[in-house]
Design a protein. Structure first.
Length: 293
């Protein structure tokens, strides 16, 4: 029951309020210019009714990428504005990208109704909680179990982390895990630092490991060109201290850009030994876990 309650708290605090940012439904009209509000370090998604053929932005101050029928827009400079064009097989969409502003006022996602669709008669924009807002039940139904690849529970490791499941929705990823303390001293645990590994190389294809926690064999062969910090939106733990022989369950919510290929995440759990322990005071202990999603 405590585990379920913890997930509900984080889902309510992170995933559900995310839809309180602005979502839009726009008409597919080539004569109309749509003003798009953005925020630094945040991603806005434009979704059209058919695959995108080409996009063009008037300034490099905005990072623009597209895959299939989705266009991702992220500002990289403050006080910058420009225009954006999106072409599909049947239409051209025109945007004015406004200077980055407050997160609470940004356009989180904009959907374009198909041309001549009955949806064009619907209101152009819906704010706040609406029929598009995911319910807690829907989010829990989206929960995916995480496979743990063969790896012996190593009692020689003072602390281990085991990832149990994840929920991914609307550019957010929620991970549930357990921190197990095999040592003789308490382990002070906090929300993990998370990194995305880029340029990953493994003897096997990453596609075989999607929704899995890598085991010791895969970790020993894992190579990456670089790592990028991932924004942590929230994190909760049953307890901040893991007693010897015990485990503590936690959840962490992340903001991640959509990716068409598998992504490797490393979760780092550094901890300082509790003060007062003369044999290990000030000595850092660390636990890590690798997730493929």
């Amino acid at each position: 029951m405590k585990r379920i309650l913890m997930i509900l708290i984080v889902l309510t605090a992170v995933l559900v309020p995310a839809v309180a940012q602005e979502f839009g439904m726009e008409n597919s009209d080539r004569t109309r210019i749509v003003h798009l509000k953005t925020a630094l370090n945040h991603l806005t998604v434009i979704e059209v009714a058919e695959p995108v053929i080409e996009v063009a932005a008037g300034s490099p101050a905005f990072r623009v990428e597209w895959r299939d029928n989705k266009v991702f827009v992220q500002p990289t400079e403050a006080d910058a504005a420009t225009n954006l064009f999106i072409w599909t097989a049947t239409q051209r969409l025109n945007y004015e990208l406004e200077p980055p502003g407050a997160v609470s006022a940004m356009d989180f996602a904009v959907d374009h109704a198909p041309p001549h669709s009955p949806e064009l008669a619907e209101p152009a924009r819906t704010k706040g909680h609406s029929a598009t807002s995911p319910s807690i039940t829907e989010l829990l139904l989206a929960e995916k179990p995480v496979r743990t690849l063969p790896s012996k529970r190593n009692r020689s490791k003072p602390v281990e982390v085991w990832i149990s499941d994840l929920i991914e929705k609307d550019g957010h990823l929620l991970i549930r895990y357990a921190v197990c303390n095999h040592g003789s001293q308490p382990f002070l645990v906090d929300t993990p630092q998370v990194y995305q590994l880029d340029g990953v190389r493994l003897p096997q294809s990453l596609y075989a490991f999607v929704d899995s926690q890598l085991g010791d064999e895969q970790i020993s062969k894992l190579k990456a060109k670089q790592e990028t910090p991932v924004k942590v939106l929230d994190g909760r733990l049953q307890s901040e201290q893991v007693a010897p022989g015990e485990e503590v369950v936690g959840v962490v919510a992340l903001q991640l850009m959509p990716s068409p290929s598998p992504t490797v995440l490393r979760l780092d759990f550094p901890s300082l030994s509790p003060s007062g322990d003369d044999s290990s005071e000030g000595k850092e202990r660390r636990a890590t876990a690798f997730l493929v999603r």
